[in-house]
Design a protein around this ligand. Structure first.
Ligand code: NDP
Length: 446
């Protein structure tokens, strides 16, 4: 804590992981893994740079760019770029730390990293976003490479931004190579990559339900957010016979008791991906839906709970941002009989929320297991780029399904092996840690 003052999100993620590692360190007699736990939380490299660009009025704008290269023990650094005004080093270090273990859990050879900028794409013109991306990549290009560091998208970075970043990299380096994932399908992107995080979360939930001898058929689902992860989670829930009755964004909550069918989801996608405005616009087209404005942002343990979590459901999928589900929110879900909470976002549940869910014996999947489908498919995109091949959508989805099923099984088995059956947080942390730790020790890195 003394070494990382003012980094609450990073400390929260590190503490949660350390909490799980106690029994593992003990089982090995302590000496073996204590040095690894010391090295694991120190990034291998942090790059910070100025991003200067001109807005449409001809004014110079200056943002801060980052890349946290956290751990390369099992492969090149891999993890998204986030563009959001809240981006700072604490948030990126927490995300990079989570990414290290998540990438290990996928069983693919991927190290962990994360980056981004405090640039706010909201309200910016297409030309401004393009100029920002070109300036950002001008500074980042020298630090990444197909065998060094391969960034992807995250909040505020979708196919549009990845395209501009890729073009800028090529211009600076004169090399056409797989340095980003989430690219467009005409220039090396993998089919199913946009769908993969949301699909993967729901595949993971399907496996959790299987353990209980149940399926998604007829289940009522509440999802927070309405961006990339939330959209494709909704699509997969629909495909497996469930009903999504609520979505949200940073402005409020949308409830449609009749369900967000695929037809209605197309309207959500148009509002968020094309018109880039608030989900409130949904009610103009569908009178079955009700909209409630947020009076504040709900991303803190101490604040009031997001009203979204007061909606009665069987399955809740937080898919927006960190710390959006607090203890009060978890209590409301439990009181209404929720049976599964699976994280689509990174660390959306506060420690208080996780404790409430644990005490109530609600099956809880942490993001580093349940949202690993995105980075796993990015790994498949890297394989396709190396082979100079493009796989069919069916093949990619089949691989993704196999990976999510395996991640679930590994978490279950690891938890059982340490007498913690049913504890997915423990299972994911320990599965990821053991793989990274063995590689670090073998390479003399800890
Ligand atoms: P998007 O930018 O596509 O969507 C984010 C959604 O969350 C939007 O609906 C946004 O609302 C909402 N949101 C963002 N910040 C806040 C906030 N402070 N309060 C309330 N709502 C908020 O991002 P993604 O869907 O890609 O990512 C969502 C989460 O999933 C993140 O935690 C990300 O790290 C994680 N993730 C993403 C992966 C991917 O492949 N994309 C992979 C693994 C994890 P609005 O539209 O109003 O801004």
């Amino acid at each position: 804590k003394a070494r990382n003052p003012n980094e609450p999100e990073f400390l929260q993620a590190a503490e949660e992981i350390l909490h799980s590692l106690g029994p593992v360190v003990e089982a090995e007699g302590g000496d073996k893994f204590i040095p690894v736990t010391k090295a694991l939380f120190e990034p291998e490299r942090v790059i910070q740079f100025r991003v200067a660009w001109y807005d449409d009025a001809g004014e110079l704008q200056v943002n801060r760019g980052f890349r946290v290269q956290m751990n390369s023990a099992i492969g090149p650094y891999k993890g998204g770029l986030r563009l959001h005004p809240t981006v700072n080093l604490s948030i990126l270090k927490f995300l990079a730390t989570e990414q290290v273990l998540k990438n290990a859990v996928t069983t693919l050879p991927l190290g962990g990293g994360k980056g981004g900028s405090d640039f706010n794409p909201k309200g910016r013109s297409e030309a401004e976003v393009r100029r920002f991306c070109q300036s950002f990549m001008g500074a980042l290009a020298r630090h990444i490479g197909p065998d060094t560091d391969v960034p992807a998208g995250d909040i505020g970075v979708s196919g549009r931004e990845i395209g501009y970043l890729f073009g800028a990299y090529k211009r600076v380096t004169n090399r056409f190579e797989g340095i980003l994932t989430g690219k467009g399908p005409t220039f090396g992107g993998s089919l199913i990559r946009p769908e993969s995080t949301g699909y993967g979360v729901v595949m993971f939930v399907r496996e959790m339900l299987k353990v209980k001898g149940d399926t998604l058929e007829g289940k009522v689902v509440v999802i927070s957010g309405s961006g990339n992860v939330a959209q494709y989670a909704t699509q997969k829930v629909n495909a497996l016979g469930g009903k999504v009755i609520a979505l949200s964004d940073s402005k409020g909550v949308l409830v449609d008791e009749e369900g967000i069918t695929d037809k209605k989801l197309a309207e959500v996608m148009d509002i968020k991906n094309v018109r880039r405005t608030s989900l409130k616009a949904f009610t103009e087209k569908f009178s079955t839906a009700k909209w409630t404005d947020f009076s504040e942002q709900y991303t803190d343990e101490d604040e009031k709970s997001n009203p979204l979590w007061e909606i009665k459901c069987d399955v809740a999928l937080p898919c927006a941002t960190q710390n959006e589900l607090n203890a009060d929110g978890a209590r409301a879900l439990v009181d209404n009989g929720v049976s599964i909470v699976a994280e689509g976002a990174n660390m959306p549940s506060t420690p208080g929320a996780i404790e409430v869910l644990r005490s109530a014996k609600v099956a809880f999947a942490p993001g580093k297991a349940s949202n690993a489908g995105g980075v796993a498919t990015s790994g498949l995109e890297m394989s396709q780029n190396s082979q100079r091949m493009a796989w069919s959508a069916e093949k990619v989805e089949e691989e993704l399904d196999g990976i999510m099923t395996r991640i679930h099984a590994d978490c279950v088995e690891t938890a059982k092996a340490y007498d913690r059956a049913g504890d997915y947080v423990f299972g994911a942390n320990v599965t990821g840690f053991l793989k990274v730790a063995e590689a670090m020790l073998a390479q003399g890195l800890a």
